[in-house]
Design a protein around this ligand. Structure first.
Ligand code: FAD
Length: 500
Protein backbone atom coordinates (compact mmCIF):
# COMPACT_ATOMS: atom_id res chain seq x y z
CA UNK A 1 0.00 0.00 0.00
CA UNK A 2 1.45 3.39 -1.02
CA UNK A 3 1.43 6.03 1.68
CA UNK A 4 1.41 9.65 0.54
CA UNK A 5 3.29 12.10 2.75
CA UNK A 6 0.80 14.44 4.24
CA UNK A 7 0.85 17.53 6.37
CA UNK A 8 -2.81 18.21 5.62
CA UNK A 9 -4.59 19.42 8.71
CA UNK A 10 -7.97 18.74 7.13
CA UNK A 11 -9.01 16.44 4.28
CA UNK A 12 -12.42 17.07 2.73
CA UNK A 13 -13.98 14.19 0.83
CA UNK A 14 -16.16 15.49 -2.01
CA UNK A 15 -16.29 18.90 -3.68
CA UNK A 16 -20.01 19.65 -3.58
CA UNK A 17 -20.84 23.27 -2.76
CA UNK A 18 -20.69 22.40 0.97
CA UNK A 19 -17.23 20.81 0.78
CA UNK A 20 -15.90 23.69 -1.33
CA UNK A 21 -17.37 26.33 1.01
CA UNK A 22 -15.89 24.57 4.03
CA UNK A 23 -12.51 24.13 2.30
CA UNK A 24 -12.29 27.70 1.01
CA UNK A 25 -13.07 29.17 4.46
CA UNK A 26 -10.55 26.91 6.21
CA UNK A 27 -7.84 27.59 3.60
CA UNK A 28 -8.48 31.33 3.94
CA UNK A 29 -7.82 30.93 7.67
CA UNK A 30 -4.42 29.41 6.88
CA UNK A 31 -5.40 25.76 7.46
CA UNK A 32 -3.69 23.19 5.17
CA UNK A 33 -6.61 21.59 3.35
CA UNK A 34 -6.91 18.85 0.73
CA UNK A 35 -10.17 18.25 -1.15
CA UNK A 36 -10.53 14.88 -2.92
CA UNK A 37 -13.25 14.66 -5.59
CA UNK A 38 -14.14 11.58 -7.64
CA UNK A 39 -15.36 13.58 -10.66
CA UNK A 40 -13.00 15.46 -12.98
CA UNK A 41 -14.96 18.64 -12.13
CA UNK A 42 -16.03 20.32 -8.88
CA UNK A 43 -19.53 21.16 -7.61
CA UNK A 44 -21.35 17.81 -7.27
CA UNK A 45 -25.00 18.39 -8.23
CA UNK A 46 -24.18 22.06 -8.84
CA UNK A 47 -23.01 21.18 -12.33
CA UNK A 48 -23.53 22.40 -15.91
CA UNK A 49 -22.86 20.37 -19.04
CA UNK A 50 -22.79 21.47 -22.67
CA UNK A 51 -24.42 19.61 -25.56
CA UNK A 52 -24.68 20.86 -29.15
CA UNK A 53 -24.20 24.49 -28.05
CA UNK A 54 -26.79 24.30 -25.22
CA UNK A 55 -25.79 24.60 -21.55
CA UNK A 56 -27.82 22.40 -19.20
CA UNK A 57 -27.94 22.80 -15.43
CA UNK A 58 -29.25 20.34 -12.86
CA UNK A 59 -30.05 23.05 -10.34
CA UNK A 60 -32.87 25.40 -11.42
CA UNK A 61 -32.59 28.30 -8.99
CA UNK A 62 -30.31 29.73 -6.30
CA UNK A 63 -31.78 31.62 -3.36
CA UNK A 64 -30.17 34.71 -1.87
CA UNK A 65 -27.36 35.77 -4.23
CA UNK A 66 -27.55 39.56 -4.06
CA UNK A 67 -26.21 41.74 -1.27
CA UNK A 68 -27.83 40.75 2.02
CA UNK A 69 -28.75 37.26 0.77
CA UNK A 70 -27.34 34.12 2.43
CA UNK A 71 -25.34 32.86 -0.57
CA UNK A 72 -23.95 36.35 -1.16
CA UNK A 73 -22.84 36.66 2.48
CA UNK A 74 -21.03 33.33 2.32
CA UNK A 75 -19.40 34.16 -1.03
CA UNK A 76 -18.25 37.47 0.46
CA UNK A 77 -16.80 35.70 3.50
CA UNK A 78 -14.90 33.39 1.13
CA UNK A 79 -13.88 36.30 -1.13
CA UNK A 80 -15.55 34.82 -4.24
CA UNK A 81 -18.41 37.28 -4.71
CA UNK A 82 -16.61 39.50 -7.23
CA UNK A 83 -15.95 36.70 -9.70
CA UNK A 84 -19.66 36.02 -10.25
CA UNK A 85 -22.53 37.81 -11.92
CA UNK A 86 -26.09 36.82 -11.05
CA UNK A 87 -29.40 37.50 -12.78
CA UNK A 88 -32.49 37.85 -10.62
CA UNK A 89 -35.37 35.73 -11.92
CA UNK A 90 -38.25 38.15 -12.33
CA UNK A 91 -40.86 35.77 -13.75
CA UNK A 92 -40.52 32.69 -11.57
CA UNK A 93 -43.65 30.60 -11.76
CA UNK A 94 -46.66 29.93 -13.98
CA UNK A 95 -49.25 27.29 -13.13
CA UNK A 96 -51.12 25.63 -16.01
CA UNK A 97 -54.14 23.76 -14.69
CA UNK A 98 -56.13 20.96 -16.33
CA UNK A 99 -58.95 23.42 -16.92
CA UNK A 100 -56.53 25.48 -19.08
CA UNK A 101 -56.48 28.18 -16.43
CA UNK A 102 -53.12 29.96 -16.30
CA UNK A 103 -51.98 31.55 -13.02
CA UNK A 104 -48.82 33.60 -12.85
CA UNK A 105 -47.07 33.83 -9.48
CA UNK A 106 -45.04 37.01 -9.19
CA UNK A 107 -41.55 37.04 -7.64
CA UNK A 108 -42.63 40.02 -5.49
CA UNK A 109 -44.30 39.09 -2.20
CA UNK A 110 -46.56 42.18 -2.08
CA UNK A 111 -47.91 41.38 -5.56
CA UNK A 112 -48.52 37.73 -4.64
CA UNK A 113 -50.49 38.71 -1.53
CA UNK A 114 -52.45 41.36 -3.48
CA UNK A 115 -53.26 39.02 -6.38
CA UNK A 116 -54.33 36.14 -4.13
CA UNK A 117 -56.49 38.52 -2.08
CA UNK A 118 -58.25 39.73 -5.24
CA UNK A 119 -58.83 36.13 -6.36
CA UNK A 120 -59.95 34.90 -2.90
CA UNK A 121 -61.41 37.92 -1.01
CA UNK A 122 -63.05 35.82 1.72
CA UNK A 123 -59.57 34.46 2.68
CA UNK A 124 -58.04 37.95 2.93
CA UNK A 125 -57.19 37.70 6.65
CA UNK A 126 -56.00 34.10 6.29
CA UNK A 127 -53.61 35.03 3.47
CA UNK A 128 -52.18 37.85 5.58
CA UNK A 129 -51.88 35.57 8.63
CA UNK A 130 -50.22 32.78 6.61
CA UNK A 131 -47.51 34.97 5.11
CA UNK A 132 -46.90 36.69 8.47
CA UNK A 133 -46.43 33.27 10.08
CA UNK A 134 -44.13 32.06 7.30
CA UNK A 135 -42.11 35.25 7.74
CA UNK A 136 -41.98 34.60 11.50
CA UNK A 137 -40.61 31.10 10.81
CA UNK A 138 -38.04 32.51 8.37
CA UNK A 139 -36.89 35.04 10.96
CA UNK A 140 -36.86 32.53 13.85
CA UNK A 141 -35.05 29.86 11.93
CA UNK A 142 -31.74 31.46 11.09
CA UNK A 143 -29.82 34.36 12.38
CA UNK A 144 -26.83 34.96 10.18
CA UNK A 145 -24.99 37.92 11.66
CA UNK A 146 -23.28 40.13 9.10
CA UNK A 147 -20.03 39.70 10.97
CA UNK A 148 -20.33 35.90 10.76
CA UNK A 149 -18.53 35.80 14.07
CA UNK A 150 -20.90 33.46 15.79
CA UNK A 151 -22.13 31.86 12.59
CA UNK A 152 -25.52 30.30 12.13
CA UNK A 153 -27.66 29.88 15.18
CA UNK A 154 -30.87 27.95 15.50
CA UNK A 155 -33.24 29.62 17.88
CA UNK A 156 -36.04 28.06 19.81
CA UNK A 157 -38.43 30.86 18.78
CA UNK A 158 -42.19 30.66 19.22
CA UNK A 159 -42.84 29.79 15.59
CA UNK A 160 -40.34 26.96 15.66
CA UNK A 161 -41.89 25.46 18.77
CA UNK A 162 -45.43 25.75 17.37
CA UNK A 163 -44.75 24.46 13.84
CA UNK A 164 -41.68 22.22 14.39
CA UNK A 165 -43.71 19.00 14.07
CA UNK A 166 -46.25 20.25 11.55
CA UNK A 167 -46.54 19.79 7.81
CA UNK A 168 -47.12 22.63 5.36
CA UNK A 169 -50.65 21.26 4.86
CA UNK A 170 -51.38 21.72 8.57
CA UNK A 171 -50.08 25.28 8.34
CA UNK A 172 -52.32 25.95 5.30
CA UNK A 173 -55.33 24.40 7.07
CA UNK A 174 -54.84 26.77 10.00
CA UNK A 175 -55.16 29.90 7.84
CA UNK A 176 -56.80 29.07 4.51
CA UNK A 177 -60.32 27.78 3.93
CA UNK A 178 -60.71 27.91 0.14
CA UNK A 179 -59.63 24.61 -1.48
CA UNK A 180 -58.56 26.25 -4.75
CA UNK A 181 -56.29 28.64 -2.85
CA UNK A 182 -54.79 25.75 -0.90
CA UNK A 183 -54.16 24.04 -4.24
CA UNK A 184 -52.27 27.10 -5.58
CA UNK A 185 -50.20 27.46 -2.41
CA UNK A 186 -49.42 23.72 -2.41
CA UNK A 187 -48.34 23.91 -6.08
CA UNK A 188 -45.85 26.71 -5.33
CA UNK A 189 -44.27 24.50 -2.66
CA UNK A 190 -43.71 21.61 -5.10
CA UNK A 191 -41.21 23.67 -7.10
CA UNK A 192 -39.01 23.84 -3.97
CA UNK A 193 -38.13 20.18 -3.51
CA UNK A 194 -40.92 18.12 -5.05
CA UNK A 195 -42.82 17.19 -1.90
CA UNK A 196 -46.56 17.35 -1.32
CA UNK A 197 -47.98 19.80 1.24
CA UNK A 198 -49.04 16.96 3.52
CA UNK A 199 -45.49 15.50 3.66
CA UNK A 200 -43.19 18.51 3.69
CA UNK A 201 -42.16 20.28 6.89
CA UNK A 202 -43.94 23.60 7.51
CA UNK A 203 -40.62 25.04 8.70
CA UNK A 204 -38.65 23.95 5.64
CA UNK A 205 -41.13 25.18 3.06
CA UNK A 206 -41.88 28.47 4.88
CA UNK A 207 -38.16 29.14 5.03
CA UNK A 208 -37.47 28.48 1.33
CA UNK A 209 -40.56 30.36 0.15
CA UNK A 210 -39.73 33.40 2.29
CA UNK A 211 -36.02 33.21 1.36
CA UNK A 212 -37.16 33.27 -2.28
CA UNK A 213 -39.38 36.33 -1.77
CA UNK A 214 -37.08 38.24 0.59
CA UNK A 215 -33.62 37.33 -0.75
CA UNK A 216 -34.57 36.57 -4.37
CA UNK A 217 -34.17 33.69 -6.85
CA UNK A 218 -31.07 33.85 -9.07
CA UNK A 219 -28.96 32.21 -11.74
CA UNK A 220 -25.23 32.79 -12.23
CA UNK A 221 -24.81 34.14 -15.78
CA UNK A 222 -23.34 31.37 -17.94
CA UNK A 223 -24.64 28.41 -15.92
CA UNK A 224 -24.71 27.02 -12.39
CA UNK A 225 -21.16 25.59 -12.69
CA UNK A 226 -19.85 29.16 -12.35
CA UNK A 227 -20.68 29.07 -8.62
CA UNK A 228 -18.54 26.07 -7.53
CA UNK A 229 -15.82 27.07 -10.03
CA UNK A 230 -15.55 30.53 -8.41
CA UNK A 231 -15.32 29.03 -4.88
CA UNK A 232 -12.80 26.41 -6.03
CA UNK A 233 -10.62 29.12 -7.59
CA UNK A 234 -10.44 31.00 -4.27
CA UNK A 235 -9.76 27.71 -2.43
CA UNK A 236 -6.74 27.00 -4.66
CA UNK A 237 -5.50 30.62 -4.51
CA UNK A 238 -5.63 30.43 -0.70
CA UNK A 239 -3.23 27.48 -0.74
CA UNK A 240 -5.78 24.64 -0.77
CA UNK A 241 -5.00 21.46 -2.75
CA UNK A 242 -7.60 19.80 -4.97
CA UNK A 243 -7.29 16.25 -6.26
CA UNK A 244 -10.04 15.72 -8.86
CA UNK A 245 -10.89 12.43 -10.58
CA UNK A 246 -9.90 10.27 -7.59
CA UNK A 247 -12.38 8.35 -5.46
CA UNK A 248 -12.05 8.03 -1.68
CA UNK A 249 -12.54 4.38 -0.73
CA UNK A 250 -12.08 4.52 3.00
CA UNK A 251 -11.93 6.86 5.98
CA UNK A 252 -9.48 5.18 8.34
CA UNK A 253 -10.27 5.12 12.03
CA UNK A 254 -8.17 3.88 14.94
CA UNK A 255 -9.59 3.66 18.49
CA UNK A 256 -12.45 5.99 17.58
CA UNK A 257 -10.17 8.61 16.02
CA UNK A 258 -9.68 9.57 12.38
CA UNK A 259 -6.26 8.69 10.99
CA UNK A 260 -6.67 9.45 7.28
CA UNK A 261 -8.25 8.37 4.00
CA UNK A 262 -7.57 5.65 1.45
CA UNK A 263 -7.95 6.42 -2.26
CA UNK A 264 -9.16 4.09 -5.00
CA UNK A 265 -5.56 3.53 -6.17
CA UNK A 266 -4.82 2.09 -2.71
CA UNK A 267 -2.74 5.00 -1.48
CA UNK A 268 -3.27 6.32 2.02
CA UNK A 269 -3.14 9.97 3.07
CA UNK A 270 -2.89 10.63 6.78
CA UNK A 271 -4.61 13.39 8.72
CA UNK A 272 -6.31 13.79 12.08
CA UNK A 273 -9.33 15.65 10.69
CA UNK A 274 -11.68 14.58 7.86
CA UNK A 275 -14.77 16.48 6.72
CA UNK A 276 -17.09 14.26 4.69
CA UNK A 277 -19.18 16.04 2.05
CA UNK A 278 -20.15 12.61 0.73
CA UNK A 279 -23.60 11.10 1.15
CA UNK A 280 -24.18 9.90 4.73
CA UNK A 281 -24.96 6.29 3.67
CA UNK A 282 -21.66 5.97 1.83
CA UNK A 283 -19.72 7.78 4.57
CA UNK A 284 -20.89 5.49 7.36
CA UNK A 285 -21.87 2.19 5.72
CA UNK A 286 -19.08 2.02 3.14
CA UNK A 287 -16.16 4.36 3.93
CA UNK A 288 -16.16 3.74 7.68
CA UNK A 289 -18.00 0.44 7.84
CA UNK A 290 -21.00 -0.68 9.87
CA UNK A 291 -18.85 -2.69 12.28
CA UNK A 292 -17.18 0.51 13.49
CA UNK A 293 -20.49 2.22 14.32
CA UNK A 294 -22.20 2.36 17.68
CA UNK A 295 -25.65 0.74 17.74
CA UNK A 296 -27.57 3.91 18.59
CA UNK A 297 -25.96 5.88 15.72
CA UNK A 298 -26.59 2.96 13.34
CA UNK A 299 -30.23 2.82 14.38
CA UNK A 300 -30.62 6.57 13.86
CA UNK A 301 -29.11 6.31 10.36
CA UNK A 302 -31.45 3.46 9.44
CA UNK A 303 -34.53 5.45 10.44
CA UNK A 304 -33.79 8.36 8.09
CA UNK A 305 -35.55 8.45 4.70
CA UNK A 306 -33.89 10.01 1.66
CA UNK A 307 -35.49 12.64 -0.57
CA UNK A 308 -36.91 11.89 -3.99
CA UNK A 309 -34.77 11.50 -7.10
CA UNK A 310 -35.45 13.05 -10.53
CA UNK A 311 -35.93 12.17 -14.18
CA UNK A 312 -34.96 15.13 -16.37
CA UNK A 313 -35.38 15.54 -20.14
CA UNK A 314 -32.90 18.11 -21.47
CA UNK A 315 -34.20 19.82 -24.60
CA UNK A 316 -32.62 22.31 -27.01
CA UNK A 317 -35.38 24.17 -28.83
CA UNK A 318 -35.27 26.15 -32.05
CA UNK A 319 -38.51 28.06 -31.57
CA UNK A 320 -39.61 31.54 -30.54
CA UNK A 321 -41.41 31.09 -27.21
CA UNK A 322 -41.06 34.63 -25.87
CA UNK A 323 -44.75 35.48 -26.23
CA UNK A 324 -46.14 32.32 -24.61
CA UNK A 325 -47.40 32.28 -20.99
CA UNK A 326 -44.22 30.64 -19.64
CA UNK A 327 -41.98 31.38 -16.67
CA UNK A 328 -38.60 30.19 -15.38
CA UNK A 329 -40.57 27.33 -13.77
CA UNK A 330 -43.83 26.37 -15.49
CA UNK A 331 -45.94 23.70 -13.86
CA UNK A 332 -48.28 21.42 -15.77
CA UNK A 333 -50.83 20.39 -13.19
CA UNK A 334 -53.07 17.37 -13.62
CA UNK A 335 -55.34 18.36 -10.72
CA UNK A 336 -57.51 21.19 -9.48
CA UNK A 337 -57.66 20.81 -5.69
CA UNK A 338 -55.09 20.04 -2.98
CA UNK A 339 -56.23 16.46 -2.35
CA UNK A 340 -56.13 15.58 -6.05
CA UNK A 341 -52.73 17.26 -6.27
CA UNK A 342 -51.38 15.12 -3.42
CA UNK A 343 -52.74 12.05 -5.21
CA UNK A 344 -51.13 13.05 -8.54
CA UNK A 345 -47.75 13.93 -6.99
CA UNK A 346 -47.81 10.59 -5.18
CA UNK A 347 -48.45 8.91 -8.55
CA UNK A 348 -45.47 10.82 -9.95
CA UNK A 349 -43.26 9.70 -7.03
CA UNK A 350 -44.40 6.14 -7.77
CA UNK A 351 -43.11 6.50 -11.32
CA UNK A 352 -46.18 7.54 -13.31
CA UNK A 353 -44.96 10.18 -15.73
CA UNK A 354 -48.10 11.41 -17.44
CA UNK A 355 -49.84 14.47 -16.10
CA UNK A 356 -47.61 16.33 -13.66
CA UNK A 357 -44.48 17.93 -15.07
CA UNK A 358 -42.22 20.88 -14.33
CA UNK A 359 -40.76 22.80 -17.28
CA UNK A 360 -37.64 24.70 -16.27
CA UNK A 361 -36.75 27.31 -18.93
CA UNK A 362 -33.54 29.11 -17.84
CA UNK A 363 -32.98 30.85 -21.20
CA UNK A 364 -35.95 33.15 -20.45
CA UNK A 365 -33.60 34.72 -17.84
CA UNK A 366 -30.15 33.91 -19.28
CA UNK A 367 -30.16 33.67 -23.12
CA UNK A 368 -26.41 32.94 -23.08
CA UNK A 369 -27.24 29.30 -22.23
CA UNK A 370 -28.37 28.62 -25.84
CA UNK A 371 -27.31 29.67 -29.34
CA UNK A 372 -29.00 32.92 -30.41
CA UNK A 373 -32.80 32.66 -30.74
CA UNK A 374 -32.88 29.16 -29.23
CA UNK A 375 -33.97 27.91 -25.82
CA UNK A 376 -33.12 25.34 -23.16
CA UNK A 377 -36.04 23.47 -21.58
CA UNK A 378 -35.51 20.94 -18.80
CA UNK A 379 -38.60 18.80 -18.22
CA UNK A 380 -38.53 17.50 -14.67
CA UNK A 381 -40.45 14.77 -12.92
CA UNK A 382 -39.55 13.56 -9.44
CA UNK A 383 -39.94 9.78 -9.13
CA UNK A 384 -38.62 7.78 -6.23
CA UNK A 385 -35.60 5.60 -7.05
CA UNK A 386 -37.55 2.56 -5.86
CA UNK A 387 -40.55 3.04 -8.14
CA UNK A 388 -39.70 -0.05 -10.22
CA UNK A 389 -39.12 1.70 -13.52
CA UNK A 390 -36.54 0.23 -15.84
CA UNK A 391 -34.95 3.58 -16.61
CA UNK A 392 -32.44 2.25 -19.14
CA UNK A 393 -35.11 0.63 -21.34
CA UNK A 394 -37.92 3.07 -20.69
CA UNK A 395 -36.05 6.40 -20.74
CA UNK A 396 -36.95 7.22 -24.35
CA UNK A 397 -40.62 6.31 -23.92
CA UNK A 398 -40.88 8.39 -20.73
CA UNK A 399 -39.17 11.35 -22.44
CA UNK A 400 -41.66 11.20 -25.33
CA UNK A 401 -44.60 11.15 -22.90
CA UNK A 402 -43.27 14.22 -21.16
CA UNK A 403 -42.70 16.02 -24.46
CA UNK A 404 -46.35 15.23 -25.36
CA UNK A 405 -47.39 16.98 -22.12
CA UNK A 406 -45.23 19.95 -23.14
CA UNK A 407 -47.34 20.31 -26.33
CA UNK A 408 -50.09 21.58 -23.99
CA UNK A 409 -47.83 24.52 -23.20
CA UNK A 410 -45.91 24.98 -26.44
CA UNK A 411 -47.78 23.94 -29.59
CA UNK A 412 -45.58 22.22 -32.24
CA UNK A 413 -42.75 21.86 -29.75
CA UNK A 414 -41.92 18.31 -30.87
CA UNK A 415 -41.16 19.45 -34.41
CA UNK A 416 -38.69 22.08 -33.18
CA UNK A 417 -36.48 20.08 -30.84
CA UNK A 418 -32.86 20.20 -32.02
CA UNK A 419 -31.33 18.43 -29.01
CA UNK A 420 -32.80 15.80 -26.71
CA UNK A 421 -31.17 13.77 -23.93
CA UNK A 422 -32.26 12.64 -20.49
CA UNK A 423 -31.01 11.96 -16.95
CA UNK A 424 -32.52 9.24 -14.79
CA UNK A 425 -32.30 8.49 -11.03
CA UNK A 426 -29.48 6.06 -11.98
CA UNK A 427 -27.56 8.87 -13.70
CA UNK A 428 -27.95 11.06 -10.61
CA UNK A 429 -26.82 8.24 -8.34
CA UNK A 430 -23.70 7.69 -10.43
CA UNK A 431 -23.05 11.38 -10.75
CA UNK A 432 -22.48 12.41 -7.12
CA UNK A 433 -22.94 8.99 -5.44
CA UNK A 434 -25.89 10.24 -3.44
CA UNK A 435 -27.90 7.31 -2.04
CA UNK A 436 -30.64 6.32 -4.50
CA UNK A 437 -30.00 9.48 -6.56
CA UNK A 438 -31.56 11.63 -3.79
CA UNK A 439 -31.77 15.27 -4.88
CA UNK A 440 -31.78 16.90 -1.42
CA UNK A 441 -30.19 14.46 1.04
CA UNK A 442 -32.79 13.30 3.59
CA UNK A 443 -36.33 14.29 2.68
CA UNK A 444 -37.67 17.43 4.35
CA UNK A 445 -40.37 15.87 6.51
CA UNK A 446 -41.03 17.45 9.94
CA UNK A 447 -39.10 14.55 11.54
CA UNK A 448 -35.98 15.15 9.40
CA UNK A 449 -35.62 18.91 9.13
CA UNK A 450 -33.36 21.36 10.93
CA UNK A 451 -31.75 20.18 14.14
CA UNK A 452 -33.32 16.72 13.66
CA UNK A 453 -30.91 16.04 10.75
CA UNK A 454 -27.45 14.62 11.34
CA UNK A 455 -25.15 17.04 13.16
CA UNK A 456 -21.74 18.10 11.77
CA UNK A 457 -20.08 16.36 14.76
CA UNK A 458 -19.99 12.55 14.56
CA UNK A 459 -19.23 9.84 17.14
CA UNK A 460 -15.66 9.74 15.75
CA UNK A 461 -13.01 12.14 16.96
CA UNK A 462 -11.82 14.27 14.06
CA UNK A 463 -14.67 13.30 11.68
CA UNK A 464 -17.19 15.98 10.69
CA UNK A 465 -20.00 16.12 8.15
CA UNK A 466 -21.07 18.82 5.73
CA UNK A 467 -23.68 19.04 2.97
CA UNK A 468 -27.32 18.26 2.35
CA UNK A 469 -27.40 15.14 4.58
CA UNK A 470 -26.69 17.32 7.62
CA UNK A 471 -28.11 20.44 9.28
CA UNK A 472 -29.75 22.67 8.19
CA UNK A 473 -31.09 20.81 5.10
CA UNK A 474 -31.00 20.28 1.33
CA UNK A 475 -30.57 22.77 -1.53
CA UNK A 476 -27.59 24.88 -2.49
CA UNK A 477 -28.17 27.68 0.04
CA UNK A 478 -28.54 25.29 2.97
CA UNK A 479 -25.54 23.22 1.80
CA UNK A 480 -23.36 26.33 1.65
CA UNK A 481 -24.57 27.30 5.15
CA UNK A 482 -23.63 23.79 6.26
CA UNK A 483 -20.14 24.25 4.72
CA UNK A 484 -19.83 27.52 6.62
CA UNK A 485 -20.90 25.93 9.93
CA UNK A 486 -18.61 22.91 9.56
CA UNK A 487 -15.62 25.13 8.75
CA UNK A 488 -16.10 26.88 12.12
CA UNK A 489 -16.46 23.56 13.97
CA UNK A 490 -13.41 21.98 12.28
CA UNK A 491 -11.36 25.11 12.96
CA UNK A 492 -12.29 25.02 16.62
CA UNK A 493 -11.38 21.31 16.76
CA UNK A 494 -7.93 22.01 15.27
CA UNK A 495 -7.31 24.80 17.78
CA UNK A 496 -8.45 22.80 20.80
CA UNK A 497 -7.26 19.29 19.96
CA UNK A 498 -4.24 19.84 17.78
CA UNK A 499 -3.11 23.19 19.14
CA UNK A 500 -2.88 24.78 15.68
C1 FAD B 1 -32.15 17.46 -10.42
C2 FAD B 1 -31.80 18.33 -9.22
C3 FAD B 1 -32.33 19.62 -9.14
C4 FAD B 1 -32.03 20.43 -8.04
N1 FAD B 1 -32.52 21.71 -8.04
C5 FAD B 1 -32.15 22.54 -7.05
C6 FAD B 1 -32.50 23.93 -7.11
O1 FAD B 1 -33.15 24.39 -8.06
N2 FAD B 1 -32.09 24.74 -6.11
C7 FAD B 1 -31.35 24.28 -5.04
O2 FAD B 1 -30.98 25.07 -4.16
N3 FAD B 1 -31.00 22.97 -4.96
C8 FAD B 1 -31.36 22.11 -5.95
N4 FAD B 1 -30.98 20.78 -5.90
C9 FAD B 1 -30.31 20.27 -4.67
C10 FAD B 1 -28.84 20.73 -4.57
O3 FAD B 1 -28.22 20.57 -5.81
C11 FAD B 1 -28.11 19.91 -3.51
O4 FAD B 1 -28.86 19.89 -2.30
C12 FAD B 1 -26.71 20.49 -3.20
O5 FAD B 1 -26.04 20.85 -4.38
C13 FAD B 1 -25.93 19.44 -2.42
O6 FAD B 1 -24.60 19.87 -2.22
P1 FAD B 1 -23.60 19.04 -1.34
O7 FAD B 1 -22.39 19.88 -1.16
O8 FAD B 1 -24.27 18.56 -0.12
O9 FAD B 1 -23.20 17.70 -2.12
P2 FAD B 1 -23.25 17.01 -3.56
O10 FAD B 1 -23.67 17.95 -4.60
O11 FAD B 1 -23.99 15.75 -3.41
O12 FAD B 1 -21.70 16.70 -3.79
C14 FAD B 1 -21.03 15.61 -3.21
C15 FAD B 1 -19.69 15.47 -3.91
O13 FAD B 1 -18.98 14.36 -3.36
C16 FAD B 1 -18.39 13.63 -4.42
N5 FAD B 1 -18.17 12.25 -3.97
C17 FAD B 1 -19.12 11.33 -3.63
N6 FAD B 1 -18.54 10.19 -3.25
C18 FAD B 1 -17.21 10.38 -3.36
C19 FAD B 1 -16.06 9.55 -3.08
N7 FAD B 1 -16.19 8.31 -2.61
N8 FAD B 1 -14.84 10.06 -3.31
C20 FAD B 1 -14.67 11.34 -3.75
N9 FAD B 1 -15.71 12.16 -4.03
C21 FAD B 1 -16.96 11.69 -3.82
C22 FAD B 1 -19.39 13.73 -5.54
O14 FAD B 1 -18.83 13.43 -6.80
C23 FAD B 1 -19.84 15.19 -5.41
O15 FAD B 1 -19.02 16.05 -6.14
C24 FAD B 1 -31.23 19.94 -6.99
C25 FAD B 1 -30.69 18.65 -7.07
C26 FAD B 1 -30.96 17.86 -8.18
C27 FAD B 1 -30.35 16.48 -8.28
Amino acid sequence: MKSKDSDYEVIITGSGVAGLTCGALLAKDGVKVLIVEKNPFVGGYCHSFKKEGFTFDLVSILLGCSEGGKIYKILKEIGAEKGLEFIRIKKYLTLHGIDDEVIEISSELIEVIENLTVMFPSDKEGIKGLFQTMDGIYKDLYIMPDSFISGLQFLSGNHLRKYGNKTYRELLDEFISNKRLKFILSSIAITFGGMTADMVSALYISNVIMTFFKEGGYLPIGGIQRLPDAVSKVFCHSGGTLIAGERVNKITIDKGMVTGIELSDGSVISTSCVVSNIDAHQTFFSLIGEKNLQDNYLEKLRLFRSSTSAFVVNLGLDLDIDNLPLSHMTLLLPAADPDELTFEVQRMINGNVSGFCIAHIPTLSDPSLAPEGKHVINLITLPSYDCNRNWTDEGNIISEKMICELERLIPKVSANIVHKSFLTPLTLEKYALNYKGACYGWSHTPAQFGMKRLQPKTPFKGLFLTGHWTVPGGGVTASMISGFMTSKIANEYLRNECGT
